[in-house]
Design a protein around this ligand. Structure first.
Ligand SMILES: [Zn+2]
Length: 91
């Protein structure tokens, strides 16, 4: 059993695809998102990541509710998702 990368929920289903390093995560809390190996290792050592990942968890959920899948495949992807979600949270 895996743990959600964004909200630490324990009951997630993580599917690793064979040909890419991307992992598709189905989380009861965040919904569904994809996250790559490079992003997973980048965020693991990131200062202030605790707060950022809460924002990304919300972003994933928001996307999921809108029937889209949040894709965190590059560093740009998650920085962009973070910016968008921070802007929405303030407004
Ligand atoms: Zn989650």
């Amino acid at each position: 059993m895996s743990k959600c990368y964004l909200c630490d929920h324990f009951k997630v289903k993580a599917t690793f695809t064979i040909h890419t390093d991307r992992c598709r995560v189905e989380c009861p809390s965040c919904g569904e998102y994809t996250i790559s190996e490079s992003v997973r290792s980048a965020i693991a050592n990131r200062p202030g990541w605790g707060e950022q990942k809460l924002l990304l968890a919300k972003a994933a959920r928001r996307n999921f509710d809108a029937n889209t899948v949040l894709e965190l495949n590059t560093e740009d992807d998650w920085l962009e998702a973070l910016r968008a979600e921070a802007a929405k949270s303030q407004g």
